[in-house]
Design a binder for this molecule. Sequence first.
Ligand code: COI
Length: 355
Amino acid sequence: MINRIPVTRTAAPGEKPGDDQLGFGRYFTDHMFTMDCSPEKGWHDPRVTPYAPVCLDPAAMVFHYGQELFEGLKAYRGVDGKVRLFRAIENIRRLNRSCERLFIPTLSESLFMDALLTLLRTDIDRVPESRDASLYIRPFIIATDPFLGVRASENYKLMIILSPSGPYYKGGMSPTSIFVETADVRAVRGGLGAVKAGANYAATIRAQEAAKKEGFAQVLWTDAFEHRYVEEIGTSNAFFVMDGTVVTPALTGSILPGITRASCLELLKSWEVPLEERDVTVDELIRASEEGRLTEAFASGTAAVISPVGSLHWKGRDFVMGTGQTGPVTQRLYDTLTGIQRGAEPDPFGWTSEV
Ligand code: COI
């Protein structure tokens, strides 16, 4: 069944910066999607309206206890001019897993997909043309009950906004220097780390700012108990190439199951590249770097795509990852993923869908 979603168009379209001015997440399109949830009606009243501030009660529970989640996906303008989504169904499924963890009513996949398509078609002219820019899509859900007791909210708002964006990291594919964090903790097993809750990111800001001040692009997150095991890099999943094998931390409950991570794993498998999902210690990375066995490191995420890591800073020393430059596995994954997303490469897995 197609869910028909009413669209109210803006009478005052906003500025449209050129692709070279975009940066990440700074500009928004002229429209947004909203839907409400109440105990009587469930999720109801889906609508696309002009982009505008939201009016909320100051007691809305999201402001006090952070019952909030979000998603991140992108629409790409292809080499053939067509606009494509990449594995959007996986984002919808992960959004529902986040809903379950945060005790928020889940959504119908088909309604969510229709919401996405209706909004995207309304602002389709805002999907950037240039190769390293795309339309970043940010769905999010907030708890709106005006109430200060700690319990699940009864009412929620789902919104989707669109941000024409360039690369997440200013340097694009330039290798980054990463600080290995051993004081602050991003997430613990059983907590929120495996879902896309805003609270996960709040926990990372202090360490990220401290690392930035010291000249590092991001931090590498380690486990909460011993700070021995690698978890994530910045807002992305972590990959290393050691002794010719691609190694990534296994999803043990505190790591976000990234859709780009899953796509890298599927591509690597199809290329018959040796691959391990397992516990990875900082010690073994340092040893492998010193012995010249660690040849590449990169971060993967929707926003960051594939971002090469040039060095890790640990206990006052810098350890270079391979040559410190983008390695061949990193480059091949980047080229293939972005090629599929832009319709420049075959899509054997059926990952893309036209908008
Ligand atoms: C994404 O890659 O979509 C993310 O969630 C990163 C975001 C926090 C900027």
